[in-house]
Design a protein around this ligand. Structure first.
Ligand code: ADP
Ligand code: ADP
Length: 237
């Protein structure tokens, strides 16, 4: 069974103007993402990529179609079950979304705090994760004292805190320079390789897909217009 299955998923938003047409952000998308894949979704701004991520994470309901994780349709779960499901899905963002008022370690602890872990367990887990991302020496620093690449590595540590089986990376390297981008992508590859986490990489940058994704879906105006092994989808020199 695929890890994540989308069947004919559509998401419409209400018309921007009264009497206008609804905005079809995602239009009949079907995808199968296998366990352990690094799966890329590429497309220009407005193609529907972020909407697709929010649907997979059940942050918004789909208008039509089904989204299964491990064979369970997440669109039909109760709100409580959806919250439980979401703890098994880590997310990282273009703007990192770290809390500047908290130290690096306490940022990583944040989702565990929400999940009700006790202090000493949280701290132990956060330290372990900061070692994994190579930032053990920055535990007591504040996010603003770190470079962009380092901040994203903290974001990755936080996303992994609850030991998710899936990591959704939404334009996670778009705010970074090429060198730092490679560093962050190499870390994501390590997360995939060593922890077996299925990673979905959303990007508008071909280089990101070429470096990390083994499979790719190309989105245009809400539709997947091409998908397959990255090697087959992109022309080789
Ligand atoms: P991408 O992530 O590829 O840039 P998005 O998923 O953000 O694309 O957006 C796809 C389309 O859906 C765009 O036309 C966008 O304006 C529209 N859209 C996204 N979110 C909303 C929303 N909450 N309300 C209305 N329209 C939206
Ligand atoms: P943008 O893609 O425009 O930069 P953000 O990355 O700030 O937007 O946020 C994208 C979406 O993820 C928003 O709907 C936001 O509410 C949600 N979000 C932001 N931070 C978190 C978080 N730590 N955990 C879960 N969802 C979050």
């Amino acid at each position: 069974m695929p890890h994540i299955t989308l069947r004919d998923v559509t998401k419409e938003y209400p018309p921007a103007k009264r009497g206008g047409d609804p905005v079809v952000a995602v239009d009949g998308v079907s995808l199968e993402i296998e366990r352990g894949d690094v799966f890329g979704i590429i497309g220009y701004s407005g193609a529907g990529k972020s909407t697709l991520v929010r649907l997979i994470n059940a942050l918004e309901p789909a208008t039509a179609g089904s989204i299964e994780i491990d064979g369970v349709d997440v669109t039909r779960l109760s709100a409580t079950k959806q919250r439980q499901m979401r703890t098994g899905v880590g997310m990282i963002f273009q703007r990192f979304n770290l809390l500047n008022s908290r130290s690096v370690r306490r940022n990583v602890e944040y989702p565990l705090e929400v999940a009700g872990w006790k202090g000493s367990d949280r701290k132990k887990r956060a330290v372990e994760l900061l070692e994994f991302v190579g930032l053990a020496d920055k535990a007591d620093n504040y996010p603003e004292q770190l470079s962009g690449g380092q901040q994203q590595r903290v974001g990755i540590a936080r996303a992994l805190a609850a030991n998710p089986a899936i990591l959704l990376a939404d334009e996670a390297t778009s705010a970074l320079d090429p060198e730092t981008t490679d560093e962050v992508l190499d870390l994501l590859a390590k997360v995939n390789r060593e922890l077996g986490v299925t990673i979905v990489v959303i990007t508008h940058e071909m280089e990101v897909i070429a470096r990390i994704a083994t499979k790719v879906a190309v989105m245009e105006r809400g539709r997947v217009v091409e998908q397959g092994e990255t090697y087959d989808v992109f022309t080789q020199p």
